[in-house]
Ligand binder design. Structure first.
Ligand code: TYM
Length: 337
């Protein structure tokens, strides 16, 4: 039997997941899940690197995120769904990586610089170290592929650099310690932009709720957000005009969610007089995409014991591989095993 290639990815359980998380990551996990051996974790250890007080919501958000994976189409029979903090090997491997990762590799991470600027005085060491923990998540499972949105590309490059460094220092040509993982970044949906500023990424941490559509937004909220979203007064609707980022973002969202080609959308929009004609179509398409996810989510959350069982099974399966890898890395690094 041919061994399936292995996939690992994760989302932070901070606030509600939005359509950027769905299109950049989760939808792609679902589409390829039969082809690969999959590990999808809820990265709760990453979620405590922010500056807010998370304690009251962390456990609940972790459950909600796992439920949204399943509601979006992740099948626990085909994919291992688990919580990062349930497997202590993630934090332990991150420590081993800390001691071989040059500080300046982390200081040049774009996301660190952006988040550090936003968090002001409240920058903890964890925020800087965040990509090292992400490298541990991936390498612990010897993942072949990591499906993510475009904003994670630099973190994937760092993961490969860490793997190469460990292989060079502690492996040998015939027995590298780690496989080098490859990012899987789709062209479409890899960077969904904010609804109130077409030049910035849709993000969970944007203070305005109107900047994003949550996967659990009801039809009224979706309609309100799209009606209020930023557009421009130019004539016609067009893709790829750098001076009209909002136009490109809204048309792209429609194209992906409606499953249409660019040409189809262009010809559909040709006869439209403006945004007033287009927005109802986009609202309808978003509602139609999210409705089945929301129905399934309610089932998953309300079925007593179901989610806990999925996460317990996931924990067991993930632990087996993770602690095996950790042991071989420690042995390669010279620890007394
Ligand atoms: P996070 O929680 O910020 O985002 C989760 C996933 O959603 C993608 N994404 C987007 N895609 C398109 N458009 C957007 N506006 C958008 N916003 C977010 C992200 O690229 C990501 O794929 N560091 C990661 C979590 C992580 C991880 C890992 C991912 C931790 N360990 C190991 C893969 C493998 C993060 O903060 O994602």
């Amino acid at each position: 039997m041919i061994q399936k290639k292995r996939v690992l990815s994760g989302v932070q359980p901070t606030g509600n997941l939005h359509i950027g998380n769905y299109l950049g990551a989760i939808r792609n996990w679902v589409e390829s899940q039969a082809e690969y051996e999959n590990f999808f974790c809820v990265v709760d250890l990453h979620a405590i690197t922010g500056s807010g007080n998370y304690r009251l919501e962390l456990a609940e958000n972790t459950r909600r995120t796992a439920a949204l994976y399943i509601a979006s189409g992740i099948d626990p029979e085909l994919s291992t769904v688990f919580v990062q903090s349930h497997i202590s090997a993630h934090a332990e491997l991150a420590w081993l990586f800390n001691c071989i990762t040059p500080l300046n590799w982390l200081e040049r991470m774009i996301q660190f610089k952006e988040k550090a600027l936003k968090q002001g005085e409240n920058v903890n060491v964890g925020l800087l170290d965040y990509p090292v923990l992400m490298a541990a998540d991936i390498l612990l499972y010897q993942a072949d592929y990591v499906p993510v949105g475009e904003d994670q590309k630099q973190h994937l490059e760092l993961t490969r650099d860490i793997a190469v460094r460990i292989n060079d220092q502690f492996g040998n040509k015939t027995h590298p310690v780690f496989k080098l993982p490859n990012p899987l970044i789709r062209k479409e949906g890899a960077r969904v932009m904010s609804l109130i500023d077409g030049n910035s990424k849709m993000s969970k941490s944007d203070p305005s709720d109107f900047s994003r559509i949550h996967l659990l937004d009801n039809p009224d909220a979706i309609a309100k957000k799209i009606k209020k979203c930023k557009t421009d007064a130019e004539r016609g609707l067009e893709f790829d005009n750098p001076n009209r980022p909002e136009s490109h973002n809204l048309l792209s969202l429609y194209m992906i969610l409606a499953g249409k080609t660019k040409e189809q959308v262009i010809s559909e929009c040709e006869t439209m007089r403006g945004w007033g004609d287009f927005k109802p179509l986009l609202i309808e398409t978003i509602i139609a995409t999210l409705q089945p996810i929301q129905t399934k989510y309610a089932e998953v959350i309300n079925e007593s014991g179901y989610l806990d069982q999925v996460l317990a099974n996931g924990r067991e399966k993930a632990a087996e591989i993770a602690f095996d890898t950790l042991k071989s890395v420690k042995s390669a690094m010279g620890f007394l095993i």
